[in-house]
Ligand binder design. Structure first.
Ligand SMILES: [Zn+2]
Length: 263
């Protein structure tokens, strides 16, 4: 089955190419994609081709999906797995896109066994074993430190072993205990700051749960890496090992290129 799948993937890569103008527009729309090297962009393109072939993306609530929307979502979703590979998104096929925030009905039993029901309004959701759900309006709010696509797909990486717990499996070349320790200690540090009402440069939603911490720090890592490296250098170093990318260095190279091209 593995062989058949890799043959299908090779064939798809030989046969399918994203329209170059469309691809250029999507890359230019996001700083963290524009900063990629030519080689990285070529590999991201191939991942996007595979992603669009293997995932089923569809619109809900009247949302019509254009190629531009599909490619924009896939390109952001594939950045975290650029050095990991498409297999890291195994276990789900669906990507559902709403025009704006969507409602979900929540039910929870409290300790007295009483069931509470309420409506939640969400910009994105990753369901264990199920689809990733996105609000296109919120996808459009992407900026430094905020990216709903990267956030939800970080949850998917976290769910490779089951429910998201904030501690995705370390790679064999990583020190698993150190990875776990750094994630936990940094999470507790942020929680402590938030509890004391101290300002933090990061979305305080990260203090809700270790899984949210991992997803928010992943957003920071890819969209505002220098800030994360400055605030939490040890965590940043661990994320470099986990994602096998160093986005802060990437930015500096681009900035340097721009500086040196100025007379
Ligand atoms: Zn989340």
């Amino acid at each position: 089955m593995g062989l058949l799948r890799s043959w299908r993937r090779r064939r798809r890569l030989e046969q399918v190419r994203i329209d170059p103008d469309l691809w250029a527009r999507v890359v230019a729309a996001y700083d963290f994609l524009a900063e990629l090297s030519e080689d990285e962009r070529r590999r991201l393109h191939d991942l996007v081709v595979l992603f669009l072939g293997e995932k089923e993306m569809h619109g809900e609530a009247g949302m019509a999906l254009t190629d531009e929307i599909r490619v924009a979502i896939a390109a952001q979703a594939c950045l975290p797995i650029l050095e990991l590979g498409i297999d890291y998104y195994d276990g789900f096929v669906g990507v559902i896109v709403y025009p704006g925030q969507f409602h979900v009905r929540r039910e929870e039993f409290d300790e007295d066994g009483v069931m509470h029901e309420w409506d939640d309004e969400l910009s994105g959701e990753a369901l264990p074993g199920g689809p990733v759900v996105l609000s296109w309006e919120d996808v459009g709010l992407a900026g430094a430190g905020y990216n709903v696509v990267i956030h939800e797909f970080a949850h998917k990486l976290d769910m490779l072993r089951g429910d998201a717990d904030g501690y995705p499996a370390a790679h064999p070349d990583m020190d698993a205990a150190e990875w776990h320790r750094v994630l936990e200690v940094t999470y507790l540090r942020l929680c402590d700051k938030v509890d004391r009402g101290r300002p933090t440069p990061f979305d305080e939603y990260a203090a809700e749960h270790p899984a949210e911490f991992f997803a928010v720090m992943t957003e920071e890592f890819f969209t505002d890496p220098r800030l994360l490296r400055e605030e939490y250098p040890t965590l940043y170093g661990q994320l470099v090992r986990f994602y096998r990318q160093d986005p802060a260095v990437r930015i500096r190279e681009v900035a340097h290129g721009r500086v040196s091209s100025t007379p």
